[in-house]
Design a protein around this ligand. Structure first.
Ligand code: GLY
Ligand code: MN
Ligand code: MN
Length: 431
C-alpha cells in the first residue's frame, strides 16, 4: 500500500464497539468488494468495501471478517480469512498479505486462509443464535449489481434458513459517523493533498485551458502525494456547466469572463476529502460574480456556525434556507412576495439552491450517519451551499469539510484552502 495505515488499536476498538452492540449469540460476517469486471479480462481497480476496512484495516480483495463475541472458543471471537499467495499469484501479482502481516494490520490473532471459510463458518453457525448480515442501507444507495456480500448472504440463508437475522448496517451507521482522532488525521491528510492540488491549479487556469487539463493537474498532484486518487469523480465545470450539479464530462474549453466550479477531493488511505471552489477563468471576478460569490461565502460561514451538537440536520437545513433566502433577496433573485407566497414544502430559495448543505464525510464521500439523529461531537461534515443562476450563465458553490466539537461551532479542516475572493484573485495572477 502507498499510504500510512492507521493503527491496529483503532480497528480493535471498532470491532469491540461493534460487538458490544450485538445481541447475545450473534455472528456477524463482512465481505470485501469484488474486483469489478469491464469486459474481456479487463477489470476496474480494486476498491475495498468500507465496512470490512473500518473493522479490520484489510485492504485486500477476497478477505472476510467474522465476529462472534460469544463463541465457545476465545480464538473464534474474531477471525479474519485472507487469500493465500499461490506460486501463480506470486509471479503475476506479487505477494498477498501473510497471516502475520494481517495480524499486525488488524490486531486479529486468528487469521485463516480463505479456503477454510465455509467449513469454519458452518461449524460456528450451528453455535450461533442470530446472523448479522451487512446489507447496504445508505440513504442514497442505488445498487444494481450483486455484491460479494449479497452472494454470501444468499448462500448463508439457503444453508441455514432457520437462523434469524439482524442488520449490521444500523450499528455501523452509528459507529462510523463518530470519528476517532486517527481518522480525523487521515481525513486531514487527504485534505492537505487536495489543498496542494488547488494551489497548483490556481495559476494554471487561464482562458483557453480545457477542463480536462485542470483535472489532469489535480490527478498529478494527488498521485505524487501518495493519494489513492480522486475520492469521487471530479466536477470541473466552467461557464454554464457550473449549473449542472453532477457535471463530470470535464471536456469544455474555459472562456474569458466565465467562472469555473471545481468539486474535487483527494482520497488518502481510503478516507475522502470533499472540496468545492469556484474561481474566475480570467483571474478576476466581475462585480456581479463577486457579489454572488460573497453571498455564497457568507451563507457557508453562517451555516458552519450552526453545526453544534444537538441540532437536527432537518432544523439546520431550515435555518440555512432562511439565511440563503435573505441573500437571494439582496441579490435581486427573490422578492418578499415570492417568499411570502412560497410553499413551505418547496421554499422559493430552492430555485437557486436545490441541494442539501451538508453530508457526513469519512471512508465514503457521502458517509454513514443517521440523518434523523441530533449531531454529536467528532462528526465530520461538509458545508456546501451554492447559488446557481442559469439565466446569468454561472453557478457558484463553496464547500469545506468540518469536524464538530463537544460544544460550540466546528473546526474547519479546510481553513488553509484559500476561498476569500481577493486571495483567489491574487493567487491566480501569480501564474
Ligand atoms: N462531491 C460530492 C458532493 O459534494 O457531495
Ligand atoms: Mn463536493
Ligand atoms: Mn459534498
Amino acid at each position: 500500500m502507498r499510504y500510512r495505515p492507521l493503527s491496529s488499536r483503532l480497528y480493535s476498538k471498532n470491532r469491540a464497539h461493534f460487538m458490544e452492540a450485538m445481541e447475545p449469540g450473534g455472528l456477524a460476517v463482512f465481505n470485501s468488494n469484488d474486483i469489478y469486471p469491464i469486459s474481456a479480462d479487463s477489470t476496474l481497480p480494486f476498491a475495498q468495501h468500507r465496512d470490512i476496512f473500518y473493522l479490520s484495516g484489510m485492504d485486500q480483495e477476497e478477505s472476510i471478517l467474522l465476529l462472534f463475541p460469544d463463541a465457545p472458543k476465545p480464538e473464534h471471537k474474531e477471525i479474519l480469512f485472507i487469500k493465500k499467495t499461490s506460486e501463480l499469484i506470486a509471479v503475476w501479482e506479487g505477494q498477498k498479505l501473510t497471516q502475520k502481516q494481517a495480524t499486525v494490520l488488524s490486531g486479529i490473532e486468528t487469521v485463516c486462509w480463505l479456503d477454510d471459510f465455509e467449513m469454519l463458518f458452518e461449524s460456528l453457525a450451528s453455535e450461533a443464535k442470530t446472523f448479522y448480515f451487512n446489507t447496504n442501507e445508505h440513504y442514497r444507495a442505488k445498487v444494481e449489481t450483486q455484491t460479494r456480500e449479497d452472494r454470501f448472504i444468499k448462500w448463508a440463508k439457503a444453508k441455514f434458513p432457520n437462523h434469524p437475522t439482524e442488520k449490521s448496517n444500523f450499528i455501523l451507521q452509528k459507529l462510523r459517523s463518530i470519528k476517532d482522532v486517527e481518522e480525523i488525521d487521515q481525513i486531514k491528510n487527504a485534505i492537505d493533498i487536495t489543498e496542494k492540488g488547488f494551489r497548483r491549479v490556481l495559476p494554471f487556469i487561464k482562458p483557453g485551458v480545457w477542463e480536462f487539463e485542470i483535472e489532469a493537474e489535480y490527478a498529478h498532484e494527488f498521485l505524487k502525494n501518495r493519494s489513492d486518487g480522486f475520492a469521487y469523480t471530479p466536477i470541473i465545470a466552467s461557464g454554464k456547466n457550473c449549473n449542472v450539479l453532477h457535471y463530470v464530462d470535464n471536456n469544455a474549453q474555459c472562456q474569458t469572463g466565465d467562472l469555473i466550479l471545481m468539486d474535487v477531493g483527494a482520497a488518502y488511505g481510503n478516507y475522502a476529502s470533499d472540496m468545492t471552489r469556484t474561481v474566475p477563468v480570467s483571474g478576476k471576478f466581475t462585480p456581479r460574480q463577486r457579489a454572488v460569490y460573497e453571498a455564497v461565502l457568507r451563507v457557508e460561514e453562517a451555516a458552519m456556525q450552526l453545526l453544534i451538537p444537538g441540532i437536527l440536520i432537518k432544523e439546520y437545513h431550515q435555518e440555512v434556507g432562511q439565511i440563503m433566502t435573505d441573500e437571494l433577496i439582496q441579490l435581486g433573485l427573490l422578492d418578499q412576495t415570492m417568499v411570502k407566497n412560497q410553499d413551505p414544502e418547496k421554499p422559493a430559495y430552492k430555485k437557486y439552491f436545490m441541494h442539501g448543505t451538508s453530508h457526513h464525510l469519512g471512508l465514503d464521500t457521502h458517509d454513514y450517519g443517521l440523518v434523523d439523529q441530533p449531531l454529536q461531537a467528532n462528526m465530520v461534515l461538509t458545508v456546501e451551499p451554492g447559488i446557481y443562476i442559469p439565466e446569468e450563465g454561472f453557478g457558484i458553490r463553496i464547500e469545506d469539510d468540518v469536524v464538530t466539537q463537544e460544544s460550540g461551532p466546528p473546526i474547519n479542516l479546510m481553513k488553509n484552502i484559500p476561498k476569500a475572493a481577493d486571495e483567489i484573485e491574487q493567487l491566480m495572477q501569480q501564474g
